[in-house]
Design a protein around this ligand. Structure first.
Ligand code: PMP
Length: 437
């Protein structure tokens, strides 16, 4: 029998097998051994409130999802070249969450695979290869997606067919003249399109995450996304909404993040929360695009859309509907936002409040009057919150936006714990301008 391993042994064994480059959170990595709802327990028995993980959408170890997976596994699991009712049931249930022309789907195993396929479908339809993305974005880890990624601390050079747009942000630090900013930002889009056309790439897609999560939860001037979509379509391109982070009711105001804007994308991609941790993703699109792609490509996928994955996806949608989680995210998100705005007014270290629904953030700044981003303080806060039993993280090009994105089963009592501990943590920062409690 094996000698029990200590946390340090586990870390050494991980480095010796997976290597030291695969990122881990926290100065002292956290070993989590079990979860339930919004709670997680570490190897020493300490319990944490999960304010970070969006994959366990309907809660860690949700019994309804576990049971659906188990029962289907005990019945049959197949690839999709046989007819089975479970996958069709799931396709119907998921598509019932869309309006308009979005009435077909491809199932995938991950968000990366969904974005890769969406790029391929767009390329097939438009005959163009040019891609517009936002600067400091992340959409996945395949070769085509690595070529469009700037939102990681280390990344490959941008592909020659890619233009990264600086997205206008009005949540920000400086006073901004919104109409001027909007006009300048749309002029940048015109220039990027002209440059793709001049280089012979043309415009295939504008790919965006409606919450601009990796970018630091930007708040856009109204009309920007609509302006980009109009320009991209005029150039013969399509719009892909990447709902990996913003989908499944996360914003509270709609099932999909793009519903915050007056634009219906031709392609919608999703993953993360879709199977509550079971790997499943999708591309939702129009009948025309699906048929056109199918005429030119024979596309099939061994694991994607198997009955077990479909059972997991169905259980998530049913649980969301039964518990009315989207409406709850809307109400709770508004309450959290109000309290964060109050904290921002009282703390010299908070620049602005960001996000929507149950994805919220504050940007941490120096309290010396400079309003400079304060990544070192942000790190201190995240470590301190861990000590206080609350898990959160950070995003943005300056790594100074606290990222709070709990499972959607988060309740008011959990929000009060998170916000109470955040106030205490801000008040304990080693700088003047502390929060006055
Ligand atoms: N798009 C967005 C917006 C994401 O945040 C991520 C993952 N962080 C992906 C795509 C890639 O998804 P996956 O890791 O499932 O491949």
């Amino acid at each position: 029998s094996r000698v029990p391993q200590t946390a340090n042994d586990l870390l050494a064994r991980r480095y010796a097998t997976i290597g030291p480059h695969s990122p881990l959170f926290y100065r002292q990595p956290l070993e989590l051994v079990s979860g339930s709802g919004v709670w997680l327990t570490d190897a020493q028995g300490k319990v944490y409130l999960d304010g970070y993980n969006n994959v366990p959408h309907v809660g860690h170890a949700n019994p309804a999802v576990a049971d659906a997976i188990y029962q289907q596994l005990l019945t049959v699991n197949l690839h999709t070249r046989y007819l089975n009712s479970r996958v069709v049931e799931y396709a119907e249930a998921l598509l019932s969450k869309f309006d308009g022309a979005l009435e077909r789907l491809f199932l995938t195993n991950s968000g990366s695979e969904a974005n890769e396929l969406a790029l391929r479908i767009a390329r097939q339809h438009t005959g163009n290869t040019g891609v517009l993305v936002s600067d400091f974005s992340y959409h996945g880890n395949t070769t085509s997606l690595a070529e469009i990624t700037t939102g990681l601390t280390v990344h490959e050079p941008l592909g020659a067919h890619v233009r990264a747009l600086r997205i206008p942000d009005v949540s920000g630090i400086a006073e901004v003249d919104v109409p001027v900013l909007l006009e300048q930002s749309l002029a940048d889009v015109d220039a990027a399109i002209a440059s793709l056309q001049a280089a012979g790439h043309g415009v295939s897609v504008f790919l965006f995450d409606p919450l601009f999560s990796t970018e630091g939860l930007l708040q856009l001037p109204s009309g920007y996304i609509e302006g980009v979509a109009t320009r991209v379509r005029a150039a013969g391109g399509l719009v892909i909404s990447d709902e990996v982070q913003s989908g499944f009711g996360r914003t509270g105001s709609g099932m999909w993040g793009y519903q915050m804007f007056n634009v219906e994308p031709e392609l919608v991609t999703m993953g993360k929360p879709m199977g509550n941790g079971h790997p499943i993703g999708a591309v939702v699109t129009t009948a025309e695009l699906l048929d056109e792609f199918g005429r030119h490509n024979m596309f099939f996928n061994t694991f994607a859309g198997n009955p077990v994955s479909s059972a997991a996806g169905l259980a998530v949608l049913r649980y969301m509907d039964q518990e009315d989680l989207m409406a709850k995210a809307d109400q709770l998100g508004k309450y959290i936002r109000k309290r964060l705005e109050n904290i921002a007014q009282r703390s010299g270290n908070v620049g602005s409040v960001r996000g929507r629904g149950l994805f919220f953030g504050i940007d941490i700044i120096e309290s010396d009057g400079s309003r400079n981003p304060a990544p070192a303080l942000t790190k201190i806060l995240i470590e301190d919150m861990r000590e206080r039993g609350v898990l959160i993280s950070r995003v943005g090009p300056h790594d100074n936006v606290l990222k709070m994105r709990p499972p959607l089963v988060f309740g008011r009592e959990h929000a009060d714990i998170l916000l109470g501990q955040l106030e205490l943590s801000l008040a304990s920062l080693p700088q003047p301008g502390n929060l006055v409690l």
